[in-house]
Design a protein around this ligand. Sequence first.
Ligand SMILES: [Fe+2]
Length: 268
Amino acid sequence: MLQVNLEPPEAAVLAHTEMTYLDYFPTYIAFYVKVPAPVGGKTIVTDNLAVTRALSKGGGHCALGDKLRLLGVEFSRHLSCELVPRKEGTELQSPDPLQYKTWQDTFSTSDRDVAEQSLADSGAGTLSWLESGGAVWRSTRPAFSCYPSDEVVGEIFMSQLFAMHCAGNSLVGSVHEADVKSLADAGLLPYHSRWGDGSEFSSEEMAAFNELHQTSYSEELELVSGDMVVLDNFRWCHGRSPYEGNRELFVAMSRPVGRTTAYTPAGV
Ligand SMILES: [Fe+2]
């Protein structure tokens, strides 16, 4: 079981299904609340099945669903080379508030060849190196997977496209929309998502993703100390609101499975 503490408290973690920027992800994810935040920090869950219906024939966002099926989604992450102490004590954070994880930490090595090979072996994308010593990790993935459920046979939307878009990171608030594409092309955004053909999501498309992930099909959970929630990672997105104060929440994942799809997005 791991403690959830990577994202800064002031940043919202937008709704997402776990590790679906990869083709290998957990079937279940569980959260145990040891200490709830005194202010904020609510857990948010979103029904992927309802989102899938909205993105399918007869749904309100059918055209967007068709585009997702055709192009897939490109994910990128800018991983810094070195972290420095953010505060006195043990917590480490990059001097740049937009970056909070190193490539060494991400791949559990300080050897570039080993990091590249681990991605090549798992088919999890590519790594390119920057003059700063940092790296850019890119991968393109379908936005849907076949849902291995007894009650539902067929595809289900499951993606981190909304949570990994730079506009969703409140720490990237100073980046002008017009600069997003050039920063994304250079790999200098801490993380980002866009269409599988490299084009950016339009503001209308982002508004639709916001509705699908954060409003129409979501609910906020009031969790107290000692509560544990187990989510079907196919069925439910999860996220959390910004918080203040101490918050201790632990996560565990189980039954990793490979993505299966009945189609091949053109961008993949
Ligand atoms: Fe997560």
